[in-house]
Design a binder for this molecule. Structure first.
Ligand SMILES: Cc1cc2nc3c(=O)[nH]c(=O)nc-3n(C[C@H](O)[C@H](O)[C@H](O)COP(=O)(O)O)c2cc1C
Length: 191
């Protein structure tokens, strides 16, 4: 049985998203102390501070913030749009960070996987995301980094990851993330 809850936020809403397929691969790995689930960010309206200023956030914000608060760690798996992160993912980060003083991300361990059809593997998105995570105080694993380029070549006709190298890499990334997350969670417990 899993001890720690990890939320996966996918930076793509596309039905056949490659990033969703990477998330699916993570979900299918054998059970560990870390249990993974995808957190839906598709229903969050664009953030408007007015709703928090008058204390009337939409139900989807309330649900999402509660879900984020319950997580022990966060794994971001994202596409790159125009050398940055897709707006839907930035919006989710913004929603989770507010109202002021109630940042739900605060102090959680995190990690980033970016992928793209291009050769740079979403490097721009990966690093723009890191910038926001610094501010919301997600303690983001630095190494190993994960930039999965030319992602179409790693995925077979059935829509699953077929490249052995990519599978091995993702498994070792997941292990490293779990070690990182456990260290942060224990350090927090000793505060
Ligand atoms: C609006 C838009 C902007 C994009 N910008 C980039 C980019 O800056 N760099 C890149 O490598 N790919 C870019 N792409 C291509 C994406 O890598 C490709 O669409 C990929 O499949 C998106 O991830 P997904 O399959 O998870 O939806 C862009 C795609 C869209 C729709």
């Amino acid at each position: 049985m899993s001890i720690y809850n990890v939320g996966i936020l996918v930076g793509s809403l596309r039905k056949e998203s490659y990033n969703k397929k990477i998330a699916q691969f993570i979900l299918e790995q054998e059970e560990s102390k870390f249990g993974y689930r995808i957190i839906d960010i598709s229903e969050l309206p664009l953030y408007n501070q007015d709703v928090d200023d008058v204390g009337n956030p939409p139900p989807s914000y309330v649900r999402f913030r509660k879900e984020v608060a319950s997580l022990d760690a966060v794994l971001f798996i994202t596409a790159e749009y125009n050398r940055s992160i897709p707006a839907v993912l930035k919006n989710a980060i913004d929603v989770g960070s507010r109202p002021y003083g109630k940042n739900k991300w605060d102090g959680k361990p995190g990690a980033i996987i970016s992928s793209s059809t291009g050769v740079y593997g979403g490097f721009g998105a990966n690093h723009h995301l890191r910038q926001s995570l610094v501010f919301v105080n997600i303690l983001t694993m630095q190494q190993p980094e994960a930039y999965l380029g030319s992602i179409t070549t790693c995925i077979g006709p059935s829509g699953t990851i077929e490249s052995q190298k990519t599978k091995d890499f993702l498994r070792s990334f997941k292990n490293a993330f779990e070690q990182w997350a456990e260290r942060i969670i224990h350090t927090k417990g000793q505060d």
